[in-house]
Design a protein around this ligand. Structure first.
Ligand code: SAM
Length: 223
C-alpha cells in the first residue's frame, strides 16, 4: 500500500497487488468533489439527507460531505460501510484536511477517531455511522431509507463481484423512491445492472481524465 500524489496535490492510495488506486490520479479531491458532492449531495433536494457510502476508505468523500453540510447548514446523516479499514498510520499521512482548511483538518481527525458501528455527532450538522462489514454479506442495521448513495467500490474490472445485479438490488432496497445514486464508473454493464435494479440512469460528463460517470434516480416501486 503506497501513498501517492494526484494531479491536484491531494493524496491517494495505490495498491500494487491489485494495480488499483482509491481515487483518480487526475485529482483525488477534484474527483470526489465532482462525482459525489456536486452530482450527488448537492443535486439531492432533500433538506436533511441520509447519505450511504460504499467503501469508506480514506474518508475523503465523508470529509467533503461534512464540510459541505457545514457550509449549507444542512443536517446530514452519513452511513458508510468498509470491509478493510485503513490503519491510523496510513490515515495520519493523508493530506486532505490540511489541504482544505484548519477546520476540515479537525473534522478529518474526528471522523477517523469516531468509533465503528456507533453513530457519532461529528459537527452540529453532520453525524457519522461507520459500519465495518462486507457489503456482500451486509444486512442493514438502520431503519430509515437513504436519500443519496455514493457507490465508491474498486473498479468493476478489479472487483466485479461488487457491481452485480444482486448487489445493486440490495442497494436499491436501501434507498428511498427518488433517491440519487452516483458512481465514477460509466461502464455499460454497470448502467444496465442498475437499470435492472430499479434506477433510471443517466450518463454525465466525468471528472478530469474520465469521459463520463453515472447517476441514477430510484424509481417508485409500482412504476
Ligand atoms: C475505491 S476505494 C474508495 C474509498 C473511499 N470512498 C475513499 O474516498 O477513500 C474502495 C473502498 O471499498 C472498500 N471495499 C472493498 N470491498 C468491499 C466490500 N465488500 N464491502 C465494503 N467495502 C469494501 C475498500 O476497502 C476501499 O476502501
Amino acid at each position: 500500500m503506497n501513498i501517492i500524489n494526484t494531479a491536484d496535490g491531494s493524496h491517494t492510495i495505490f495498491l500494487p497487488a491489485m494495480n488499483e488506486q482509491y481515487h483518480s490520479v487526475n485529482g483525488a479531491i477534484t474527483e470526489s468533489e465532482y462525482v459525489y458532492i456536486d452530482k450527488g449531495y448537492r443535486f439531492c433536494n432533500v433538506s436533511h439527507p441520509i447519505v450511504f457510502e460504499v467503501g469508506f476508505g480514506t474518508g475523503l468523500n465523508c470529509l467533503l460531505t461534512a464540510v459541505e453540510a457545514g457550509k449549507m447548514q444542512r443536517k446530514t446523516r452519513y452511513i458508510s460501510i468498509e470491509r478493510f479499514p485503513l490503519s491510523s498510520e496510513i490515515i495520519g499521512q493523508l493530506n486532505y484536511g490540511r489541504l482544505i482548511s484548519a477546520e476540515a483538518d479537525k473534522i478529518f481527525e474526528k471522523i477517523h477517531t469516531a468509533r465503528w458501528n456507533t453513530e457519532i455527532q461529528i459537527s452540529p450538522f453532520f453525524s457519522l455511522l461507520k459500519i465495518e462489514a462486507d457489503l456482500l454479506q451486509f444486512q442493514p442495521v438502520f431503519a430509515e431509507k437513504c436519500d443519496v448513495i455514493y457507490f465508491d467500490a474498486f473498479g468493476p474490472d478489479k472487483q466485479p463481484e461488487m457491481w452485480t445485479p444482486a448487489v445493486f438490488s440490495k442497494i436499491s432496497g436501501l434507498i428511498s423512491d427518488g433517491g440519487i445514486f452516483v458512481t465514477y464508473s460509466a461502464k455499460g454493464e454497470v448502467r444496465r445492472n442498475l437499470t435492472t435494479s430499479g434506477f433510471v440512469m443517466e450518463r454525465l460528463p466525468g471528472p478530469p481524465g474520465k469521459f463520463q460517470m453515472l447517476r441514477g434516480i430510484k424509481q417508485m416501486a409500482n412504476i
